[in-house]
Design a protein around this ligand. Structure first.
Ligand code: APR
Length: 260
């Protein structure tokens, strides 16, 4: 993209943000790749390394082998717990500090929006959060770190609930599993009542999460997309920036602060 074209777009995005009353930011895995967490569908992404079928709720429930594999990946994968927020997360947290953020709706489970400084009550997590593990029988919740310590001691390969010996599952949404009803309703309400939705780092192919930009457009809001790759909503975007989330958000926030 020609630099002056990008400068014009950055300035236009900043003007729209300053002139908006209710800004919703919608994020996907692409906002966390600059924190070292691979996304799912880019070349080399997670689905090129792991079989999505192993991440279906059906297989997790009915295959002890799959549960063993999942817990091994979780215990070995320090990726998420050690990751730090990058400029994209920090820019979104800055929007909140400037009083310009209605909420951030995220498909991510890495807790990086909260780590960057967004208030937890302004972060709507459609696909759950990796910090917790839940018992599928009695609903007891455990911090993932406690379960990882149990597994690292090597006495068990598949943890069970200390309360009722039920199956424990990371508190994230697996394929074929319903999204948390309150989060989905909350996200739908905010997307349908905003005047600007900025979608960052998502291919926008997984539903019902990917309905959010549509709800915003149908409510008359402007749609801005910041993404390296193509998304299924590019033709509906009022402004489309095919660039890196971190540097783009850093430049947008610099312009917003000049204009506020
Ligand atoms: N800056 C901007 N865009 C980026 C960056 C970056 N640094 N890194 C990657 N991207 C873009 C990619 O080009 C891709 O289009 O982010 C998008 C990420 O898309 P996906 O990998 O499909 O991730 P996401 O849209 O979040 O997937 C949605 O699918 O597998 C499920 O539950 C999983 O929540 C996930 C859902």
């Amino acid at each position: 993209m020609l630099n002056d074209d990008l400068n014009v777009k950055i300035g236009a995005v900043a003007d729209i943000i300053v002139g908006s009353r209710k800004v919703v930011v919608f994020t996907g895995a692409g906002v966390s790749t600059e924190s070292g967490i691979p996304d799912f569908r880019s070349p080399g992404g997670i689905w090129s390394k792991f079989d999505p079928d192993d991440f279906t709720i059906k297989k997790f429930l009915y295959s002890p082998e799959t549960r063993k594999k999942q817990w091994r990946i979780l215990v070995e994968g320090g990726l998420i717990t050690n990751a730090k927020p990058n400029q994209a997360h920090l820019g979104i947290a800055e929007l909140e500090r400037l009083g310009k953020l209605d909420c951030v709706i995220t498909q991510n489970i890495d807790n990086l929006h909260q780590k960057a400084g967004n208030s937890p009550e302004k972060v709507i997590e459609l696909h759950g959060n990796m910090r917790w593990v839940r018992c599928l029988s009695c609903n007891e919740r455990y911090p993932l770190e406690d379960i990882k310590q149990r597994l690292k001691r090597g006495k068990e390969e598949v943890p069970d609930c200390k309360n009722c010996h039920g199956i424990l599952k990371p508190d994230v949404v697996f394929f074929g599993e319903a999204l948390p009803e309150d989060a989905l309703q909350n996200a739908t309400y905010h997307s349908s009542n905003c005047d600007l939705l900025i979608a960052i780092g998502s291919s926008l192919v997984v539903y019902p999460a990917a309905y959010m930009p549509l709800y915003a457009k149908e409510a008359g809001a402007k749609l801005i997309i910041i993404n390296i790759g193509e998304t299924s909503y590019d033709s509906r975007a009022d402004i489309l920036i095919n660039g890196k989330a971190g540097e783009t958000m850093e430049r947008i926030l610099k312009k917003v602060k000049e204009k506020l």
